[in-house]
Design a binder for this molecule. Structure first.
Ligand SMILES: [Zn+2]
Length: 77
């Protein structure tokens, strides 16, 4: 199992989630860390995943991560 660092500048925390931008639908999808790195995806640590917000006009879709309470509805509301 490989781990990757958070993709935010100056953050060295371990990534726990992957943010994917779906340009066609103006959607930012935040889900479990993906196994492969693809274009338009950003790995985020827990702290940054919590603070993620979408650009204006976009909606953020959060997937539940098994056994974790990362997405407790405190974000973007
Ligand atoms: Zn981070």
């Amino acid at each position: 199992m490989s781990t990757r660092p958070c993709s935010r500048i100056a953050c060295a925390d371990q990534a726990v989630a992957t943010l994917t931008f779906v340009y066609a639908d103006s959607m930012a999808v935040l889900g479990p860390l993906s196994t492969s790195h693809e274009p338009h995806t950003y790995d985020l640590c827990e702290r940054h995943a919590r603070r993620t917000s979408a650009p204006q006009g976009w909606q953020v879709v959060r997937h539940k991560v098994m056994g974790e309470a990362l997405w407790d509805g405190t974000l973007g509301r």
